[in-house]
Design a protein around this ligand. Structure first.
Ligand code: NAG
Ligand code: NAG
Ligand code: NAG
Length: 768
């Protein structure tokens, strides 16, 4: 209903400046390659820097009888091979972690069987989805092979619709060599490598994301949503590479999603009605990933809407975008998005254009809301947020958490504050100790430590990592070898805690761009990141490939907030990965209770050079994954604030003192920021019979902002798998008519839901 009203509101295209009222901005309609008029058909064949291509004429490829060579300049190496007979095959041995097969497709092609190392892994269809013949199409890809030697065999199955004759055509292989860490990197960690599972923690590499996992959010018991930037990913949709996908947490299959705009460095959150929004991004990047190939439009003001998708088949799940009608009031690249106590999204900061480190020219030191709010005289326009002027330059992707009194904790660069959004007032906190910068491109990670009735929902934040590199230095004065910080700091956010100030601790290793993941046990596991350098690519001295950072940290570390100072970090039994996870890496808890680790792509476009684009997924399994676990057999789909509901459980204990009920938000993860990640322990009662548990919903939307959540029962430190619930009434966030009716101009763009452009007169002035 609300959505319908919003959608029927009319706005116009962005004006280039307030004085030029209604000039269509061509970016919204897509670009073509510079100097060309007509978009060309996209050709998937692509050899990332560092990968190796083997043409069909390579002597290393062994063909059975029945293959012919066909010469034509439209194909890789000016030729391809084809076979018509059933059982005709080709065999190729390669060394690496992935392989792609390319060939022409047309209506004569049939099914081919793909064997890897002697095992049938897939039947692929060589026929084009439409009747037009296309060349250099991707027939098959796999990116999660173990490092080393493998064989691939393609066999003509000679079946196609309505016929038992079919052709198999083959043009080229592209091999992903895979990057093994050097002996030096591994020797930094004296712990056993990933393949040796210790009896405690385990790390398994399984699955690949198909698009780089720059942004990650769990959307249902069976799926996570992955959002990337526009680039040459192997997963395709609508005849071009995809830059978003749904990842099946159960069988590791990926389903591409269609996006209109470039989502490079967008942020996201669920709203109170379970809809996920993904906002901001980058303009169309010219040249190799221009819209002629990919069809993307400017994403700087984008609002991408993903309606709740809980079916296992993910059928019909799609991202909706209508840039003409629904967009932010100002452009934002690298903004943090937070769900607040009224179930709407607060969108904090960002840069008005893509680039690298923020500066006064590109800074967007404002907040805005979705749906927009007309508060503090803003009429739906961005509201000035001077903290982001005071924290230049390293202040993108601010660290932010909604606190249990409804205020917002924000940290950027070396500063921290509490913002009361209902009063538009700020309360400054003690600065980050030792001059450590904690936000992009000196990214630290942070969590809000568990809230519980026992601690009276007293908030305490933990921030780990970062760097003290001078953020006024140009890139050529910064090096990928500048050491990162090992500092972790925490502060209780009440008067007493604030006057005590930050408590300083040290991780076993320095980390830039780490990911902190809250476990239902209340512990925090820290993974990913670099020992040296800063975030981003292509900016500093001593780049490794294009990476601004080096010395990947390969061993996770566990942090126990309730242990005494000095003994909170532990790496005992932690496996060491062999996959560097640097810029554009992510990690999240899954509903099963293990940690999904993905991404790493410090590159402009897909690359296999060190440090390349990483599609492999790893699963970090805490010891409890292999223990007998409590179970939630049945529970409600919805829990209102303060409501008592019953769960049917399998507990193996009748002692309340051993039980905890954890309500979690796994967060929207990107750039080391785990926005909305949260753990609230709930009140509960264990009735006599022991297989039912009465739990009480969180007291208010301030303690847990209304929206989706996950409930785990934790018995003696062993959590159950999670129950997916809606916390609160599940209604749409409130829509503020005063914010919709008026149009305003912020920077050079019209407001979000402008319906009257005569109102576009200039930037709204705010009190600060
Ligand atoms: C994975 O599961 C989904 C949903 O249950 C199913 O549609 C899909 O075919 C499965 N894929 C594989 C590779 O098993
Ligand atoms: C500010 O950042 C933008 C984007 O990275 C860059 O183009 C511009 O040169 C920078 N301006 C200054 C004054 O450094
Ligand atoms: C949730 O609210 C948003 C914002 O008003 C809206 O766009 C979306 O369609 C709503 N979702 C559902 C499922 O109604």
């Amino acid at each position: 209903m609300v959505a319908t009203i919003l959608l029927t509101l009319i706005s116009t295209l962005a004006a280039l400046s307030p004085s030029v009222a209604i000039v269509p901005e061509p970016a919204w309609n897509g670009h073509t390659t510079p100097d060309s008029v007509t978009p060309a058909t996209f050709t998937p064949y692509y050899v990332p820097p560092g990968a190796k291509s083997y043409d069909s004429s390579s002597p290393l490829i062994h063909y059975s009888k029945g293959w012919q060579e066909v010469f034509s300049s439209a194909h890789v190496g000016n030729s391809f091979r084809q076979a018509n007979q059933l059982g005709a095959y080709l065999l190729f041995t390669f060394s690496g972690t992935g392989i792609e097969a390319f060939g022409p497709c047309d209506e004569l092609q049939g099914m081919a069987a793909v064997y890897i190392d002697g095992k049938l892994v897939r039947m692929v269809n060589g026929a084009c989805p439409n009747t037009r013949r296309l060349v250099q199409q991707r027939l098959f890809w796999v990116f999660d092979l173990s490092p080393g030697k493998h064989t691939i065999k393609l066999v003509n199955a000679a079946v196609r619709a309505g016929s038992n004759h079919a052709t198999l055509s083959f043009d080229a292989f592209v091999v992903t060599l895979g990057q093994a860490p050097t002996a030096r990197e591994l020797s930094r960690d004296s712990l056993p490598p990933a393949t040796l599972q210790t009896k405690s923690w385990a790390l398994e590499q399984k699955g690949s994301t198909g698009v780089n996992a720059m942004q990650l959010v769990v959307i249902s018991p069976s799926h996570a949503l992955i959002v990337d930037k526009v680039e040459h990913n192997p997963l395709t949709i609508d005849g071009h590479p995809a830059w978003a996908a749904l990842y099946n947490l159960e069988n590791h299959s990926v389903t591409p999603l269609s996006l209109k705009s470039n989502s490079f460095c967008a942020g996201g959150t669920f709203l109170s009605n379970g809809t996920l929004i993904n906002v901001g991004g980058n303009p169309v990047v010219e040249d190799k990933t221009s819209a002629a190939d990919f069809g993307d439009v400017n994403g700087l003001q984008a609002i991408r809407i993903f309606q709740p998708c809980i079916s296992q088949s993910v059928e019909g799940c799609a991202i909706y975008e209508n840039p003409q009608r629904i967009r932010m009031a100002s452009p934002r690249w690298y903004s943090t998005v937070l769900r607040i106590d009224d179930g709407s999204a607060m969108i904090i900061g960002g840069s008005k254009k893509g680039g690298w480190i923020n500066n006064a020219t590109t800074n967007n030191p404002t907040i805005e809301y979705y749906p927009p709010k007309s508060i503090h005289g803003s009429k739906g326009l961005p509201i000035a947020f001077p903290f982001l002027e005071d924290t230049l330059n390293a202040n993108l992707f601010p660290i932010a958490f909604a606190l249990p009194d409804g205020t917002i904790f924000v940290a950027a660069n070396t500063q921290a504050m509490i913002y009361d959004w209902s009063k538009n007032s700020a309360h400054h906190l003690p600065p980050i100790p030792n001059g450590i910068r904690v936000t992009y491109p000196m990214a630290a990670t942070a969590v809000l430590l568990p809230l519980s009735p026992q601690n009276h929902y007293t908030p305490e934040v933990l921030i780990c990592g970062g760097s003290n590199v001078d953020d006024r230095k140009p890139g050529y004065e910064i090096s990928s070898q500048n050491p990162a910080s090992a500092q972790c700091i925490r502060m209780v956010l009440n008067d007493e805690g604030i006057s005590r100030g930050w408590e300083v601790e040290s991780m076993p290793e320095a980390r830039l761009m780490p990911d902190a993941v809250l476990l239902p046990t209340g512990q925090v596991v820290i993974v990913n990141g670099a020992g040296t350098g800063i975030s981003g690519y292509g900016n500093v001295r001593n780049q490794v490939g294009q990476s601004n950072a080096d010395h990947p940290v390969l061993t996770p570390v566990l942090y126990d907030p309730s242990a005494p100072h000095g003994s909170r970090f532990s790496r005992s039994g932690m496996p060491t990965s062999n996959i560097p996870r640097l810029y554009h890496s992510v990690a999240t808890l899954t509903p099963r209770g293990d940690v999904m680790i993905a991404g790493s792509n410090p590159n402009l476009d897909r690359s296999e050079l060190k440090y390349g684009t990483e599609y492999r997924v790893e699963w970090l399994r805490p010891p409890y994954m292999s223990m007998a676990r409590p179970q939630i057999v049945k529970g409600p789909k919805q829990v209102l604030f303060g409501q008592t509901v019953e769960l049917t459980v399998g507990l193996a204990t009748k002692s309340s003192s051993k039980i905890k009920v954890a309500l979690m938000d796994f967060g929207f993860v990107t750039h080391a920021v785990h926005a909305n990640s949260r753990l609230v322990y709930l009140d509960f009662k264990l009735p006599e019979d022991g297989d039912r548990l009465s739990i009480v919903g969180p007291p208010s939307g301030k303690v847990y902002p209304p929206g989706p959540g996950w409930i785990h029962i934790v018995v003696d430190g062993v959590p159950s798998e999670a129950l997916h619930v809606m916390i609160g009434d599940g209604k749409d966030p409130q829509v503020d008519d005063a914010a919709l009716k008026k149009c305003g101009v912020s920077f050079s763009y019209c407001g979000t839901f402008a319906d009257d452009d005569s109102q576009c007169t200039g930037e709204h002035k705010h009190k600060s």
